[in-house]
Write a protein that binds this ligand. Structure first.
Ligand code: PMP
Length: 437
């Protein structure tokens, strides 16, 4: 496949944009380097690059594009909003409509506030939790990503429960010291951390279903334990549902049918983003009235935003959720996903490539290993080179995946049986190509 124009544009981009990309996850560093593909147009489940090559897309822009690219209902909403002015700096009726839709779908939220990204949403939930509890520390789980604000860009050191070390330059050790990292799916480690630091823990932050080291379900009882232990020590539970809300069903993890007792896994605060903006920039956070009343102008915790609640993002979000309310939408994504994962597993085993697939409804992750992946250590302990080779083999056959072994494949409402068949054919040839057997 010829990608000369992408290579040329990458050289140009390197002259003007740091690293040639506006988010590091877009670079091909983790899959062997070289020029990322410069896309020119996207429609439904497909991309066309600047050289005219077509790709079936499973990136979905890292999650938001669940209705496929340029969905007519979403596009129309954006066009109408733009024609009426893109930014007011005043309240609008649209904001009430989207807030009410979110509240209906996510029962733990009495009050909502819109921001511009998942990063902002998470960052503010931490501030609100600190204001409410008058404590400083937070506990997070190794491998969960919560955006790029200082506090959550902290990795685990070694050992089962550790005070954080900064994962990025520019984060003072004094800030990282306020973060404790424990392994996902390990309630004992959380309990140990709470025993040690519980008096000063404001919140336990979790991706209740993980989307950032593959798709990983909480083990039976784990979220119940997280909520129970956290409250036992007087801290708040924050669910980061930037990826997961509206991903598996019309709602959040709290009400996901695959998980048992909804009341026992109810968070105090929820951070949202991605899907709720229908492909335009957005974030939101919400929780009980009492906790949310910490936020200005009612309370002492300050949070603001020039672009927050802009009519274009809000309109796109409403339109996207309206599409997702359609009958059988999630079931159809799941049906196609199961066909795809079954075929991938068959091809991998045909060419003796070790592959673990974690599938949750319309999304899944592929791990090049022979063991289950239930936490970050197990996700790291996989063959990144094999993934990189597979990624490139797929790309050359017209299938666009995220360029990282940790990222998920996302189906959209636009994927068809034909796309799945095309992908499976590409995958069979790709597994054959990378097989060392
Ligand atoms: N939380 C989670 C769970 C995410 O996956 C992401 C982004 N991948 C974020 C927060 C940050 O969102 P944004 O990139 O919109 O700032």
């Amino acid at each position: 496949m010829n990608r000369k124009q992408s290579e040329h544009l990458y050289e140009e981009a390197l002259k003007h944009i740091v690293g040639g990309v506006n988010s590091p996850s877009r670079s091909f560093k983790a899959v062997g380097g070289g020029a990322p593909v410069f896309m020119k147009r996207a429609q439904g489940a497909h991309f066309w690059d600047v050289d005219g090559n077509r790709y079936v897309d499973y990136l979905a822009a890292y999650g938001p594009i669940i209705t496929g690219h340029a969905h007519p209902h979403v596009t129309k909403a954006i066009q109408e909003a733009a024609a009426n002015g893109t930014l007011y700096g005043t309240p609008t009726e649209l904001e009430i409509q989207l807030a009410a839709m979110l509240k209906d779908a996510i029962p733990s939220m009495d009050k909502v506030r819109f921001v511009n990204s998942g990063t902002e949403a998470v960052m503010t939930t931490i501030r609100v939790a600190r204001a409410y509890t008058k404590r400083n520390k937070i506990i997070k789980f190794a491998g969960c990503y919560h955006g790029h604000s200082d506090l959550v860009l902290v990795a685990a050191g070694s050992g089962p429960s550790t005070l954080g070390i900064p994962d990025s330059a520019g984060i003072p050790a004094s800030i990282a010291q306020e973060v404790i990292t424990v392994p996902f799916n390990n309630a004992e480690a959380l309990h140990e951390a709470l025993k040690k630091w519980g008096d000063d823990v404001a919140a336990v932050m979790i991706e209740p279903i993980v989307g950032n080291f593959g798709m990983v379900m909480p083990k039976a009882g784990f979220l119940e334990d997280v909520c129970r232990l956290t409250r036992q020590y007087g801290a708040l539970v924050i669910y980061d549902e930037v990826i997961t809300a509206f991903r598996f069903h019309y709602g959040s993890t709290q009400t996901y049918a695959g998980l048992a007792n909804h009341d026992l896994i109810k968070p105090d605060l929820t951070a949202l983003g991605k899907i709720i903006g229908g492909g335009l920039p957005i974030g939101a956070y919400g929780g009980s009235k009492e906790i949310m009343e910490q936020v200005a102008p009612l309370g002492p915790a300050y949070q603001a935003g020039t672009m927050a609640g802009n009519p274009a993002s809000i309109s796109a979000g409403i339109a996207c959720l309206e599409v997702l309310q359609g009958k059988g939408i999630y079931e159809e994504m799941e049906r196609l996903t199961l066909k795809l994962t079954k075929g991938l597993a068959e091809s991998a085993s045909r060419y003796e490539v070790q592959l673990t697939i974690n599938q949750i409804r319309g999304s899944f992750s592929t791990h090049f290993c022979d063991h289950p992946v239930t936490n970050y250590d197990e996700s790291q302990d996989t063959d990144g080179e094999a993934f990189g080779a597979f990624f490139r083999a797929m790309l050359n056959r017209g299938v666009n995946l995220a360029p990282s072994k940790y990222e998920a494949w996302f189906l959209t409402t636009a994927h068809t049986e034909e796309d799945i068949d095309f992908t499976l054919e590409a995958a069979d040839a790709s597994f054959k190509e990378i097989s060392t057997k």
